[in-house]
Write a protein that binds this ligand. Structure first.
Ligand code: ZN
Length: 494
């Protein structure tokens, strides 16, 4: 290996992780003692229920918020002009005097320029950081619908992340104002971004309702050179594309004039990868890995209900899940050697399984990512284990040693992203302790009850923002074991 490759590998090792938006953890563990053997899983039958459940996805919530975004974008100047319409129904039982907007591009100075906010009930608005509060000229009654129109421009920051551009791509995620979920007791579920003492953005602060999207993209200048990866399939041509996505948390684009695409179809789902020139082989391999993961999660939870999943190389050193689209760091593609036991930081198998599982645990089954991140991150990390158990059983011990015991789990599983100690303790608590917690439940109640409970949890909470109570409700349904000692051991607030 050439020296510059070794240096690059070391740099990547320092900066890679899963699902963190900025430069995260050192994942290369130092193992100083004999690692613990993975815990034994006891076979135990679930408590018999009266009749086997017939699984069916719930009906999507009625009166979902509808976003229509007409987006004109110049890839080469990184500038976009957006005309947005939000059709919002008050789904709470209380009249709303004001409506909140979260405007994530305002996290980047100079990136968002708002022309106007208008609407039949809009009286005025005030801005506080990334939040805008729209005062209504009268209360929006329960079940009443109103329309808000916003015109704005975005100037993508020169930033290697999911919102920003580099010399090779433009990533356009969390790029428009949205109305956060309104909780009857907590109010608007909207949180500021958390950046720790090392300038690492910790976790995911944005919580979205399940909404419907109609997005029209017009590319100006050299549209013929440009490829667009998006959260949904496109219709259209010659730089004018239309997209529709229903029951989604958000709509994301990744645009480049340097993408190499590869596509396979697995059980009716198109799995499409977009990688850079040096990664064509890995771009093909990732679609096969993804097909395995989608097949497994389809079996354990439910079949992936969309037509398309896009796997896009990130010109940055972390990985991230969005609706219908995941981004995996260029370093992982560059160093792909076909081995499922590759160094964790460049392990395409593990990270693809992790990020794809978020299509369920983040995408279809929502949670409050800021306050209860374990509900998606602990389960997504556990899904890595399930992937290895199914396809690479010979590497399961390796996974436990390298992924969990090496970095030394510690802290409380129910930590929020605002853990004062920053990113690494957050990962050790939410991801790693989270895996030990889930595994201890599995050992206690047995595989049968564990997987039935997990399946119940996914079906019951699809299109919902699930909470800890929903999780335990599903598990307590299938066991008469007292789980409270396990909860007390791992949770700060059992
Ligand atoms: Zn994750």
């Amino acid at each position: 290996m050439k020296t510059k490759h070794i240096i690059l590998l070391l740099l990547i090792a320092l900066f890679l992780s899963s699902c963190n938006k900025a430069t995260p953890e050192v994942l290369v563990p130092e193992i100083t003692e004999e690692p613990l053997a993975p815990p034994e899983v006891l076979e135990q039958e679930p408590i018999p229920t009266e009749t086997p459940r017939v699984y069916q996805l719930p009906e999507p919530l009625p009166n979902r918020t509808r976003y229509k975004l007409d987006f004109i974008f110049d890839y080469y100047s990184h500038y976009g002009s957006v005309s947005q319409q939000i059709v919002y129904t008050n789904k709470s039982s209380q009249p709303l005097d004001e409506i909140m907007l979260v405007v994530p591009p305002r996290n980047y100075e100079g990136s968002y320029d708002q022309d106007r906010i208008t609407g039949d009930l809009v009286a005025s608005f005030r801005e506080e950081g990334i939040f805008t509060y729209i005062a209504l000229n009268r209360a929006l009654e329960p079940s009443e619908t109103t329309v808000i129109n916003i015109a704005f421009r975005i100037y993508l920051p020169n930033y290697p992340g999911i919102y920003g551009y580099t010399s090779q791509q433009a990533n356009i995620s969390d790029w428009y104002p949205f109305i956060p979920p309104y909780d009857e007791t907590k109010g608007w579920l909207a949180y500021p971004r958390e950046v720790d003492q090392n300038d690492i953005i910790v976790g995911e602060s944005i919580v979205n309702e399940f909404s419907d999207f109609e997005v029209n993209l017009t590319l100006v200048s050299h549209a013929d050179l440009i490829e667009v990866a998006a959260s949904a399939p496109a219709s259209g041509e010659n730089g004018r594309f239309s997209y529709r996505l229903e029951n989604a948390r958000g709509f994301t684009f990744s645009i480049s004039d340097s993408y190499f695409e590869h596509e396979i179809v697995e059980n009716g789902v198109t799995i499409r990868s977009y990688v850079f020139m040096s990664e064509v082989e890995a771009g093909e391999a990732v679609t096969a890995i993804a097909a395995d993961a989608i097949r497994l999660f389809g079996e354990l939870f439910y079949p992936y209900p969309r037509d398309l999943i896009s796997i896009v190389v990130g010109d940055f050193t972390h990985n991230m899940e969005m609706d219908g689209l995941i981004m995996i760091s260029y370093g992982i593609f560059d160093f792909f050697d076909g081995n499922q036991e590759s160094n964790l930081d460049v392990n395409l198998h593990m990270l693809t399984a992790h990020e794809l599982s978020h299509q369920w645990f983040y995408g279809f089954i929502g949670n409050d990512h800021a306050m209860e991140p374990w509900l998606d991150e602990a389960i997504a990390t556990y899904c890595e284990l399930l992937f290895y158990e199914r396809y690479y059983p010979q590497s399961v011990d390796w996974w436990w040693r390298m992924r969990i015991y090496g970095p030394a789990p510690s802290g409380y599983v129910d930590s929020s992203i605002y853990l004062p100690e920053g990113y690494l303790p957050y990962r050790d608590a939410v991801y790693l302790q989270g895996v030990l917690f889930l595994h201890e439940i599995r050992q206690t109640i047995g595989d049968g009850a564990f997987f039935t409970s997990l399946k119940d949890y996914t079906y019951d909470n699809t299109y919902n923002i699930a909470t800890k109570a929903d999780f335990f409700e599903a598990f307590n349904r299938h066991t008469d074991q007292d789980l409270s000692p396990i909860v007390s051991k791992y949770f700060q607030n059992p």
